[in-house]
Design a protein around this ligand. Structure first.
Ligand code: PLP
Ligand code: LYS
Length: 415
């Protein structure tokens, strides 16, 4: 867990000062205990339903984190061949993998069919046709679940809302019954399920329950058509606390789902991402400069928008705290910014922080969509990642070297 011990922020008992000394900054630091706790919260809440909990790899795809979840018994929700390669490398059985995404290429379909994944969450009619053709060519059968767009408002940030008619995701609710019939007539497909995912960082589960209700109506209509589904996948989307949000009560959500699935022969699949990793990680950074202006003060840190792009992309709020609490030091109101040449390069604005130049800061709730969305903008090496397990910090991703960063293009230079 992430808390102060003797005025120093620690992850599972290991002071972040020690981690900065050993591994440098900027650096992502995760608590294995928090990962396990978040996973077990799902497992125990949904215990009566024996769900397949497929961690959404896009939230955090570090191999050691995937391995941690695989060992806990998780499945995985992937959206690319690259993510498939990751979960297989992390030791996950392929048959616990569901493959989402609107743009699966033929090569990705082949890879997933060869591996033998649990199912493809198909998002369009043309994708069905392509998958049927690829499966036929390989002499395989493709397990298919249709991602249906239930047209419910997830009431979250528009960039991360996915279940409305206007979004690019899924098959329109009104068309789904006909598309299932068409899918059932395709020779190389096995229809196994139905899926939806309506958005991310939801603090109210009612839209998720409404979406499930809509899917159940469709499931009954399909049964009338002779199409009997094995599973229903309710997606991910549960929010976490970044500032003052009240995260949804997983047990209460599970009870509402269980009530609806009672008496049905439907296996439950889900795809949580953020809620399994978000609050299990921090981004550790050091103040390079305090820049005090007439109207505004800046803490210029060694992490930047390339390391954590949520603030610049969504105006997202992440708590930022000093790693060492210094008694008697007056707080200064600063914008916490990185070295990148963009005005949108900020991690937090107007934060009251009692800090001096050279101090360490922790950007909180950075375990989800942090490292995975990072880039090499301004030719900055991506940050290292460290996992603290049983009181021991372990490097799980080295900071890239400049040689690694340049190698690809250097090989291609003209003589
Ligand atoms: C298809 C799909 N499943 C699952 C997730 C995970 O969502 P979250 O991290 O909000 O739980 C996402 C991302 O929003 C997604 O696009
Ligand atoms: N990347 C987003 C969430 C999008 C989820 C992907 N469907 C975030 O950081 O909040």
């Amino acid at each position: 867990m992430i808390d102060y011990q003797n005025h120093t922020l620690a992850v599972d008992g290991v002071p972040l000062t020690q981690i900065a000394d050993t591994f440098g900054t900027p650096c992502y630091v995760y608590s294995a205990a928090a990962l396990t706790g978040a996973f077990e919260a799902y497992r125990s809440a949904f215990a009566g339903l024996d769900p397949l909990i497929c961690f959404a790899v896009k939230a955090n795809s570090n191999l050691s984190i995937l391995q941690h979840f695989a060992r806990l018994g998780a499945g995985f929700d992937i959206v690319s061949g690259g993510e498939l390669a990751r979960v297989l490398a992390a030791g996950s059985p392929a048959d616990k993998v569901v493959f989402s995404g609107v743009g699966k290429s033929e090569a990705e379909m082949e890879m997933a069919l060869q591996a033998g994944i649990h199912c493809f969450n198909v998002e369009s009619v043309n994708e069905l046709a392509r998958l049927n053709a690829v499966a036929g060519r390989l002499g395989k059968r493709a397990p298919v679940s249709l991602r249906v767009n239930p047209d419910v408002d997830a009431k979250t940030h528009p960039y991360i809302s996915t279940g409305l008619k206007d979004n690019k995701f899924g098959i329109a609710f009104d068309e789904a019954r006909a598309v299932y019939k068409a899918a059932a007539s395709l020779e190389h497909l096995d229809i196994v399920g139905i899926d939806c995912h309506i958005g991310s960082q939801l603090t109210d589960v009612s839209p998720l329950v409404d979406a499930l209700d809509r899917l159940l109506v469709l499931i009954d209509q399909l049964a009338e058509d002779g199409i009997v589904l094995e599973h229903v996948d309710i997606g991910g989307g549960l929010g976490i606390r970044y500032t003052d949000e009240t995260p949804p009560d997983i047990a209460a959500y599970a009870a509402r789902v269980a009530e609806r699935l009672a008496g049905r022969q439907l296996k439950l699949v889900m795809e949580p991402g953020r809620s399994l990793v978000g609050n299990a990680g921090v981004l550790l950074t050091r103040v390079e400069y305090l820049k005090l202006g007439q109207d505004k003060h800046f803490a210029i840190v060694d992490a930047a928008m390339n390391d954590l792009m949520r603030p610049s992309l969504y105006d997202a709020y992440h708590g930022i705290v000093p790693v060492t609490q210094k008694d008697g030091l007056a707080a200064l109101t600063v914008d916490v910014v990185g070295p990148i040449c963009e005005s949108s390069d900020f991690l937090g604005k107007n934060r009251a922080l009692a800090i001096e130049q050279g101090d360490l800061l922790a950007v909180l709730s950075a375990g989800a969509y942090g490292s995975t969305m990072s880039s090499n903008y301004n030719t900055r090496a991506r940050a290292a990642e460290v996992l603290v397990e049983d009181g021991q910090p372990r490097l799980i991703r080295r900071r890239e070297t400049l040689d690694e960063l340049l190698a690809n293009e250097r090989e291609l230079l003209k003589d």
